[in-house]
Design a protein around this ligand. Sequence first.
Ligand SMILES: CC(C)(COP(=O)(O)OP(=O)(O)OC[C@H]1O[C@@H](n2cnc3c(N)ncnc32)[C@H](O)[C@@H]1OP(=O)(O)O)[C@@H](O)C(=O)NCCC(=O)NCCS
Length: 152
Amino acid sequence: MTSEPRGGFEVDEISDCDVETVVSLWRSSGLVRPWNDPYQDIHNARSTPTATILVVRPGARGDTDALRTPVGSVMAGFDGHRGWLYYLAVDEPARGAGLGRMLVVAAEAWLAAQGAEKAQLMVREANAAVQGFYTALGYSDAECVVLGRRLA
Ligand SMILES: CC(C)(COP(=O)(O)OP(=O)(O)OC[C@H]1O[C@@H](n2cnc3c(N)ncnc32)[C@H](O)[C@@H]1OP(=O)(O)O)[C@@H](O)C(=O)NCCC(=O)NCCS
């Protein structure tokens, strides 16, 4: 899956050489919690046919890997009923230029191709500032309480 280049950036699937950059991005964006192993999360998503990790990168195909270093990421997964988004992040200097939107639009298209009719995501209470971003993209509060229990 590769999007049409837009504004010098394009979205495609994460590759092996992107993993360190993406983990650093998640850490610097405050998305990794002590109980998350980001490498395992990346491995699990890449091993599951109904999940993916998309990255947005500058440059054009054929440029060196260094020029194509990702500046944003999103994880998407279809659970058979709904599509979920996780780990959306854009590197701080690259924010405000439409790349977060580009990633969400690409993830939505990927989920729709999987058969998902609705995309949703969880926002940590401490990250209320990001809600305006999702509102700008047409997301609204699902008025649900999310419950969880660790299985491993
Ligand atoms: C959330 C995040 C990915 C947004 O990326 P971005 O590239 O800066 O977003 P965009 O430039 O694509 O913004 C898209 C729209 O949202 C708006 N927007 C962005 N951040 C916003 C905010 N905090 N509040 C209100 N609106 C916001 C933009 O103005 C833009 O609106 P427009 O298209 O009508 O002009 C980025 O801020 C980030 O990485 N945050 C840290 C990680 C994080 O919190 N991830 C979400 C976890 S749930």
